[in-house]
Design a protein around this ligand. Structure first.
Ligand code: AMP
Length: 582
């Protein structure tokens, strides 16, 4: 049996430990159901050493007995004060590592003495050396120090898909960095890295805190800024609202009994929409996009030379972050490996390779399709009633639930049709409709009455779509069984070909021609589907004609025939269907 080498992500805010067991990568639980250990160390009332959540909990009350974000000080020759004693940054980090080591030992029942530890790509030699020393103090032989973006690339298995240039975008709680990584036959090289050590999800929280403070000032005439405990509670409420806004169009920032005014308790409860929130954080996100371009020019690359974007860090779950990256780089960022855990997973994969095992791959259950609905909006410069609005994007880990806000379009509108599609095309009608329903009995309200539509997809492929009138709570929903698996066999192939076709065409230079070609292909696929359905209900003679017609269209779709030939085959099949249908 090979010796265990653990993989450790020693983060500024949080740390994780992972191992490879039976060919599978596992991030170990630090407490039941929790795999993230806050990187906070403290000394409790009774003098006991606290590490992780307990230390984080006491931080607000006893900062003099607690230390956080020690990673920022690694490599410095300074003393860190904690409960009246001085420690080196290495010693504080060692306490976290020691705790992670104990966790690994408890899970495996074996002594753990070796580790692979990750560090940011920008870490200097002194900072790497300090990290190595911290490991040694914790009783761990540091087999290798690897760069965090390299670990992320390993977790995403990008290294197995040939030579690639990958952008690793890492937005955590308090730090941001972006790296351009070159992957070539198992050699991973960080070409350039850029970032901001003081930018992250915490800044997003602070925007919401300011929003709440201003609300309390306006509505209750109180200034909470001098009340440290109330501010700490606001911060927690803000983080919860922020996380909710990643999946929902509205969230309530709420905190009961926040404080008292003239002996009367003041409760906070204020709604914030995703649009408002996105406006607050847009400057921060813009700053990260600028950093992406600095990293790209540092690597001597242009946007079009990047093959993949990998997301790392909890704050990358923010929809605005993903949208801006996609708009700017023209690639849908990959987020299927848990952004909080992928660095630890990559470290464990590297550790397994050093231990002599085979490199395992990370298995994640993701949806292979995009699901969404349609709404009126701009398409190709015109207002169009069936613009596709994706809610669950392909490659999203399941189970997942996402909500979006929609609005009625005219005064007194009492019903709304909700169509459910699977596909990628901006024109919803080019996607596959998998369900529809109507929500009726809406309030008699002016246009702009908000509705919230939620798509919830479970691991069994059951998609539940719900629409709720925001003000009244009126709800209607449908359940689509087997949303993922419904395109079995031929149908699956046809659907995939159809979508592939659209993608192929999208890359063609002549946009107008591409649209024409795409429409033809969509028409062809729809006709084939219809013809195949009819085959089961017609006599043998007709069936033969049908088979020939279908084959002719399929030949044109598969081969490099001209558009005119495809059109002729489509017309012939359509004629036949018309006659059979009559
Ligand atoms: P990390 O340092 O990678 O652990 O990232 C922590 C940051 O991610 C914190 O600011 C969290 O509030 C933030 N975060 C975690 N989950 C989400 C989410 N679903 N949406 C937005 N931010 C999140």
């Amino acid at each position: 049996m090979t010796e265990i080498i653990v993989g450790i992500d020693l983060g500024t805010t949080n740390s994780e430990v992972a191992i490879v067991r039976d060919g599978r990568v596992e991030v170990l639980e630090v407490a039941p159901g929790v795999r993230i250990l806050p990187s906070v160390v403290g000394v409790g009332d009774d003098g006991a050493l606290l590490i992780g959540q307990a230390a984080r909990n006491q931080y607000v009350l006893h900062p003099e007995r607690s230390v956080r974000s020690i990673k920022r000080r690694m490599g410095e020759f300074t003393a860190v004060h904690m409960a009246g004693k001085d420690y080196s940054p290495q010693e504080i980090s060692a306490m976290i590592l020691r705790r992670l080591r104990e966790i690994a030992e408890a899970h495996t029942g074996e002594t753990v003495t070796k580790a692979v530890i990750t560090v940011p790509a920008y870490f200097s030699d002194a900072q790497r050396q300090a990290t190595r020393e911290a490991g040694e103090i914790a009783g761990l032989e540091v087999m290798r120090i690897i760069n965090e973006p390299t670990a992320a690339a390993l977790a995403y298995e990008s290294c197995h898909s040939g030579a690639r240039k990958v952008l690793v975008y890492d937005l955590g709680g308090g730090t941001f960095d972006v790296s351009v990584v070159n992957l070539e036959s198992a050699v991973v090289e960080v070409l350039a890295s850029h970032g901001n050590n003081h930018l992250g999800g915490d800044d997003f929280d602070l925007q919401l805190v300011t929003f709440a403070v201003e609300h309390l000032q306006r509505e209750n005439g109180i200034d909470v800024r001098d009340n440290a405990v109330a501010m700490a509670r606001l911060q927690r409420a803000a983080e919860a609202a922020k996380i909710a806004l990643s999946d929902q169009p509205y969230a309530i920032l709420s905190e009961e009994y926040l404080l008292e005014k003239d002996g009367v308790p003041v409760h906070l409860s204020v709604e914030v929409s995703r649009d408002e929130y996105e406006e607050m954080i847009a400057p921060f996100v813009a700053e990260t996009i600028e950093a992406v371009h600095v990293a790209l020019s540092g690597a001597g690359l242009t946007v079009s030379e990047i093959n993949e974007i990998l997301l790392v860090g909890g704050a990358t779950r923010t929809p605005l972050v993903q949208r801006r990256l996609e708009q700017d780089l023209g690639l849908q960022p990959r987020a299927e490996v848990d952004p909080d855990l992928c660095v630890a997973m990559g470290a464990a994969i590297q550790a397994a390779v050093i231990a002599g095992g085979q490199a395992p791959t990370v298995l994640v259950d993701v949806t292979p399709y995009t699901f969404g609905t349609s709404a009126i909006g701009p398409l190709n410069g015109e207002i169009y009633p069936y613009c596709f609005v994706p809610l669950i994007r392909k490659n999203t880990p399941i189970p997942v639930s996402r909500s979006e806000g929609f609005f009625t379009v005219y005064d007194g509108q009492t019903k709304v049709d909700v169509n459910v599609y699977q596909g990628e095309d901006p024109d919803a009608l080019n996607n596959i409709e998998i369900g529809r329903f109507t929500i009726e009995g809406l309030r008699d309200a002016p246009a702009g009455n908000p509705l919230i539509t939620t798509f919830a997809l479970d691991v069994n492929g059951i998609l539940q779509v719900t629409s709720r009138e925001k003000e009244s709570g009126l709800v209607h929903s449908i359940t689509i069984d087997n949303a993922i698996g419904r395109f079995a066999g031929d149908k699956l192939t046809a659907a995939r070909d159809r979508i592939d076709g659209m993608f192929g065409d999208r890359e063609e230079a002549g946009a107008a021609e591409a649209v024409g070609g795409r429409r033809l292909r969509v028409e062809a696929t729809a006709l084939i589907e219809k013809a195949e359905r009819l085959m089961t209900s017609t006599g043998a003679e007709d069936s033969e004609d049908l088979v020939n017609g279908i084959e002719a269209v399929k030949d044109c779709l598969a081969g490099s025939r001209s558009e005119a030939e495809l059109k002729t085959a489509i017309d012939a099949l359509a004629d036949l269907l018309y006659y059979l249908d009559a």
